[in-house]
Write a protein that binds this ligand. Structure first.
Ligand SMILES: Nc1ncnc2c1ncn2[C@@H]1O[C@H](COP(=O)(O)OP(=O)(O)OP(=O)(O)O)[C@@H](O)[C@H]1O
Ligand SMILES: [Mg+2]
Length: 253
């Protein structure tokens, strides 16, 4: 069963076709990696799947539901969580509050509601912060819950973003470069986290430039180049695909 089906998706900016006629499926309870050179259209594809952009053409089906053209909020509520290539955190809330605020988005809506957590009754708050603390533990930030985002090293900010996305209780979690800026040991921790999430039933999709991460965590790899899908397959198949090698290294002439 496929958790996500992208069908002939196209998104352009003015004259630039950033995503061109792309189709692929994301199998349930598996890890699917989206790779490709800088500017290939990976983030645009994620933004079109998650409702930030409406596609020019094509459809997106999530868990059997056609979500094409839906708002990001509605798509999140249906169970699609995401992180951003440029980390997006509430800078004036501490780590724990950042996760709790995202959790409130599960039932409330938008930023203003998210910041009104103080108005909720005590039992609600206890539940909300209790769950947020568990999520921070699960991404390895349990001892940093009172720090502000700006006080965290970059790798920790990325993990905090994952905890925020998990707070929305996603069945599909899409991560845009979750290991960017991390040293090898930190990247390995994120790989471990992704494996645990997958084992707990979450379907994962990630954009990733670190090939060690791609090869070790993915069940399936989709490759974009200049907005088009040029290959898909297992990591082993992708590694030896001549079109993929050429896209990364350039033609050998
Ligand atoms: N909001 C936008 N407005 C105009 N052009 C955009 C916009 N977002 C992306 N682009 C362009 O679309 C193309 C694809 O960009 P995108 O960010 O999707 O690539 P990417 O594969 O995520 O690259 P990277 O690996 O560097 O993150 C690029 O040429 C980029 O300049
Ligand atoms: Mg990108």
């Amino acid at each position: 069963m496929d958790m996500l089906a992208v069908e002939r998706l196209t998104k352009s900016f003015g004259g630039l076709i950033a995503v061109s006629d792309v189709s692929f499926e994301v199998p349930e309870r598996r890890v699917t990696a989206l790779i490709g050179p800088n500017g290939a259209g990976k983030t645009t594809l994620f933004n079109t799947i998650s409702g930030i952009f409406a596609p020019d053409r094509g459809r997106v089906r999530f868990d059997g539901v056609d979500i094409t053209g839906w708002s990001p909020h509605r798509i999140t509520a249906l169970g699609l969580g995401r992180t951003f290539q440029n980390v997006q955190l509430f800078q004036n809330l501490n780590t724990l509050e950042n996760v709790a605020a995202a959790r409130y988005c599960r039932t409330g809506s938008g930023l203003v509601d998210a910041l009104l957590w103080r108005k909720r009754d005590r039992a609600d708050r206890r539940e909300m912060f209790g769950r947020a603390a568990e999520l921070l533990d699960s991404v390895g930030l349990g001892d940093k819950r009172l720090l502000m985002p700006g006080e965290l090293p970059y790798g920790d900010q990325r993990r905090l973003e994952i905890a925020r996305a998990l707070a929305t209780e996603p069945t599909l979690l899409i991560l845009d470069e979750p290991t960017a800026g991390m040293v090898a040991r930190e990247a390995e921790e994120v790989v471990g986290l992704m494996r645990r999430l997958c084992a707990s039933g979450v379907t994962l999709m990630l954009i990733e430039h670190n090939m060690n991460v791609v090869m070790s965590v993915s069940d399936k790899v989709v490759v974009l180049n200049f907005g088009r899908k040029i290959a898909e397959g297992t990591p082993a198949e992708i590694e030896r695909n001549p079109d993929v090698i050429e896209a990364y290294l350039g033609r050998d002439e």
